[in-house]
Ligand binder design. Structure first.
Ligand code: TRP
Ligand code: SF4
Length: 400
């Protein structure tokens, strides 16, 4: 059976933190056992906002990939690569740019949002406007079925779907497609042809998806149908033409609830993070200096965990017994805050221990990481070349 393909990318922005682990990487680690997965470092995407200072991107990429490996992403299960090492992304981006309406790009919500957020930076560039199109190329070039992303990226995947539809509609039709499709319907013979027409109408007029399924099942059972006719009949059924590019679905990653050291969401821009491979001393120091319930001024004052960022971390790291101990001890002033923080420190260190161990292997021998990425790039390129052959063919650029 055809296995659905998963693809996701991450911008190299330096050391990853526990928010990335809980929000993204844990999910990747799970997905790699369920689907063929492709994960890549989106270094060109980093350039859309860091074009004026690209020097750090390479180091950030190595560090990020080591963090992936540390988190348990397994290069024997998933394909790991660097975007700029698969230049086919750029070719697809260019070809699609010819048929992408400017208005579609201007209407992507992150376009104006980001410009406002990063007001100190001149983002009135061609590359920044084209950012969602580059992301579409990343996805479509692998004919990915599922794209795990956070909520903020949903509009980009939706944009990708529309673009794939437009592309297939525009280039997926051979000359005389409709006539050839009608010919193929006739060849089905009276009864089946009538049923096909009826199911097609049901879908096109009422959007009846079951009718599509039924028609496809019928077509799949016909032995004497040529592959070209089958393809035409599938395309004619849904009005799409031939499917050259695949419309991807979002695999929505639950928004990471990972709290930072101050109770806000953990994020680099809030300076409240603990990195994946942060030293043990630093973890202890950071947790020990976390703010607590501001009403608990003295050790003898009772507190309320609901008003304390440490409690939020207990919810990530502590078992029921410990949480009960916190609730009870905090409210009765039975425990002190320093005491209360220790299980959190222990929990984080326990989570980090295997990561630190896995990362050490790659830090000791950086050629291992380079080899993993070189192999991954090679594999990714094979997929990408295959898609580009079909795309060039459809656009009349094969030069046979
Ligand atoms: N735009 C994504 C982000 O900023 C990163 C990204 C680039 C991506 N290309 C992609 C994610 C393709 C999924 C698929 O987080
Ligand atoms: Fe927060 Fe724990 Fe102190 Fe209560 S005892 S205020 S939960 S750190």
């Amino acid at each position: 059976m055809y296995a659905e393909r998963v693809l996701s990318g991450m911008r190299p922005t330096g050391a990853l933190h526990l928010g990335h682990y809980h929000g993204v990487l844990k999910n990747w680690v799970k997905l790699q056992h369920e689907y063929p997965c492709l994960f890549f470092a989106a270094d060109w995407h980093a350039l859309t906002t860091h074009y004026d200072n690209p020097q750090g991107i390479e180091q950030a990429t190595w560090d990020m990939v080591i963090d992936w490996l540390a988190a348990g992403v397994d290069p024997n299960q998933a394909t790991l690569f660097i975007q700029s090492k698969v230049p086919e992304h750029a070719e697809l981006h260019l070809l699609m740019s010819m048929m992408t309406p400017l208005g579609w790009l201007e209407r992507v919500p992150t376009y104006k949002d980001q410009q406002e957020k990063l007001a100190g930076k001149d983002l009135t560039t061609y590359g920044f406007l084209g950012y969602p199109l580059l992301m579409s190329a990343d996805i479509l070039i692998y004919r990915a079925d599922k794209v795990p992303v956070g909520e903020d990226q949903i509009p980009h995947v939706e944009f990708t779907r529309e673009l794939a539809r437009r592309f297939n509609h525009m280039y997926g039709r051979e000359p005389g497609f409709e006539d050839k499709a009608r010919e193929a319907v006739k060849k089905l013979g009276g009864k089946k042809a009538r049923l096909y027409d009826e199911l097609r109408t049901r879908f096109q007029q009422n959007g009846d998806k079951e009718a599509v399924e039924q028609a496809k099942a019928m077509l799949n059972e016909i032995q004497h149908l040529s592959a070209a006719d089958r393809e035409r009949l599938f395309g004619f059924l849904e009005g799409t033409g031939k499917m050259i590019l695949v419309e991807p679905d979002c695999l929505l990653t639950e928004a990471s609830k990972m709290p930072g050291l101050d109770g806000q969401k953990m994020s680099k821009s809030y300076h409240n993070t603990i990195t994946l491979r942060e030293s043990e001393d630093s973890v202890a120091k950071k947790v020990k200096s976390m703010p607590t319930d501001t009403n608990r001024v003295r050790r003898t004052d009772p507190g309320d965990p609901a008003r304390c960022p440490v409690w939020q971390l207990h919810q990530v790291y502590s078992d029921e017994g410990t949480k009960e101990w916190v609730q009870q001890g905090c409210r009765t002033a039975g425990i002190g805050c320093i005491e209360c923080k220790q299980p959190v420190i222990d929990g984080i260190l326990r989570e980090q221990a295997p990561m630190r161990e896995r990362a050490q292997v790659y830090l000791d021998d950086p050629t291992l990481v380079k080899n993993i990425l070189a192999d991954g790039c090679e594999k990714a390129r094979e997929y990408a070349r295959e898609t580009m052959r079909d795309v060039r063919e459809a656009m009349g650029l094969e030069y046979h």
